[in-house]
Write a new protein. Structure first.
Length: 160
């Protein structure tokens, strides 16, 4: 009887640990505005952040993406460029981000970049899973989320 209780307790603890690990992997999209920048960020339980933004620069609006991952503190070098591979629903894209203060930034300043940003923005909005990787630093991760459409709706109206 005691062995059976111990087995049930061990099973419960294993299931609890597994559900906690899954909860940490689930990401949530959060919409906000600060200093004239409208943004929506996907934040995961492990402090990873990926998002889209729209800001006014010299009387025009510029859209872009930003990433901030704790692991970047030791892997990226300021002012270096990194190619981020993004896979959404089997479609793969590659975008060049620039490192600034342990964050990676991409701004869509020309028509080609705006088209890429628009395509990725629409794909993320319609999806529930995002996979990303940067081969140069050996980093990759996957994120599941559910509320992107609500948070991203209308964000890029002025920028795209």
């Amino acid at each position: 009887m005691a062995a059976m209780r111990a087995s049930i307790l061990a099973l419960c603890l294993t299931l609890l640990a597994a559900s906690s690990a899954n909860a940490q992997q689930a990401a949530e999209w959060v919409r906000g505005s600060a200093k004239g920048i409208d943004y929506a960020n996907m934040q995961s339980g492990v402090a990873d952040l990926f998002g889209f933004f729209c800001r006014k620069v010299d009387n025009k609006f510029v859209g872009g993406m930003v990433m901030k991952m704790p692991v970047f503190h030791t892997l990226i070098r300021d002012e270096e460029s990194y190619s981020l591979n993004i896979v959404i629903d089997g479609a793969r894209d590659s975008v060049i981000f620039k490192a600034k203060d342990i964050e990676l930034w991409f701004e869509a300043n020309d028509l080609g970049q705006q088209l890429t940003l628009s395509r990725l923005y629409d794909a993320v909005k319609a999806s529930s899973r995002l996979q990303m990787g940067i081969a140069a630093i050996g980093w990759r991760n996957s994120y599941d989320y559910s509320n992107a459409a609500d948070s991203l709706e209308g964000l890029m109206e002025k920028c795209l």
